[in-house]
Design a protein. Structure first.
Length: 285
């Protein structure tokens, strides 16, 4: 799954109207206009060739429109399909059951695809015009495996990756503390372990002013889930340890977590301030 391949050989084009007729023929026990066993369907309706050309444009159509007919054709021996976009659950299961494969073509490559067609002729349902069934001989036709017999799904995987990019990587790209953790913005790091990083505040408000930050991007204290609460306990341990190494443990120090706008939080990545080295004034707020 995800494998890029170059196809050579014979494929038959069929869009919705042709699918409907093929399935109707099967249901009424009629012979199909071509032997579908072991064959490949390309979900396309090629446009007629201009003089001197083999074929007009021959890009794929959205495969979803074929979904309701596909399990029936797979049962009749169809083994491969080429199209555009994700398939239904029923189709994916039928692909596994009948050991077939669904390929997607490379988007926006209509000219490239047409260039990979060596011979083209209408073989059935000519009255359907653009939706007639063509027999195409292709050579080095580029495609990507989207669904295979192992149940792999390029689209599900793509969605997961996109979600990760957006939520993890995407946010990390913007978050100043994530960038400090990644070493993309320099800071005076005083401590780090597998869960946390501590560095000096760029605008210190006391002789010792450290920020203790979880490596995991958690926006605010309010976003700490039950499962993540041990991170906060760990931050307290790190603060106590740093207070000792900073020499402020004896005289006393303050740890502060600002949460949200009215809490005075400016950087939306959970952090604990460790302040000390002078008499701190003011009670809460
Ligand atoms: P908050 O107001 O969100 O509780 O605290 C954010 C703290 O991060 C502020 O004290 C601010 O000075 C500090 N800070 C903001 N940007 C940077 C930076 O790029 N490097 C370091 N070391 N501290 C920063
Ligand atoms: Zn972050």
């Amino acid at each position: 799954m995800g494998t890029e391949i170059l196809l050579s050989g014979v494929v038959y084009t069929a869009r919705d109207a042709a699918h409907q007729r093929l399935v109707h023929a099967l249901d009424s026990g009629k012979k199909l206009p071509f032997d579908i066993a072991g064959q490949t369907l390309y979900y396309a309706g090629p446009s007629p060739a201009r003089p001197g050309r083999i074929i007009g444009s021959a890009g794929p159509t959205t495969s979803q429109r074929m979904d309701s007919y596909t399990p029936r054709l797979l049962a009749a021996g169809l083994r491969a399909m080429i199209g555009k976009g994700a398939r239904s659950q029923e189709v994916k299961e039928a692909i596994k059951r009948y050991k077939a494969v669904y390929l997607v073509t490379i988007g926006g490559a209509g000219a490239l695809l047409a260039g990979a067609i060596r011979r083209a002729e209408v073989i059935a349902y000519e009255d359907l015009g653009a939706e007639a069934v063509w027999r195409l001989e292709i050579e080095s036709f580029p495609a990507i495996v989207a669904n295979d017999i192992y149940g792999g799904d390029l689209f599900e995987q793509g969605k997961r990756k996109y979600r990760l990019d957006r939520n993890e990587g995407g946010r990390q790209m913007e978050c100043v503390f994530c960038q400090i953790i990644a070493g993309k913005i320099s800071s005076e790091t005083v401590y780090q372990d597998e869960k946390t990083v501590a560095f000096r505040d760029i605008h210190p408000r006391a002789p010792t002013h450290l920020l203790i930050v979880p490596r995991k991007h958690i926006p605010t204290l309010a976003h700490v889930s039950e499962a993540d609460s041990s991170i906060v306990a760990h931050m307290v341990n790190v603060a106590n340890q740093l207070a000792r190494s900073e020499g402020i443990a004896e005289k006393g120090y303050r740890v502060v977590i600002n949460c949200g706008q009215e809490g005075g939080q400016l950087v939306p990545h959970l952090h604990m301030h460790l302040l000390g080295g002078r008499q701190l004034t003011g009670l809460l707020g």
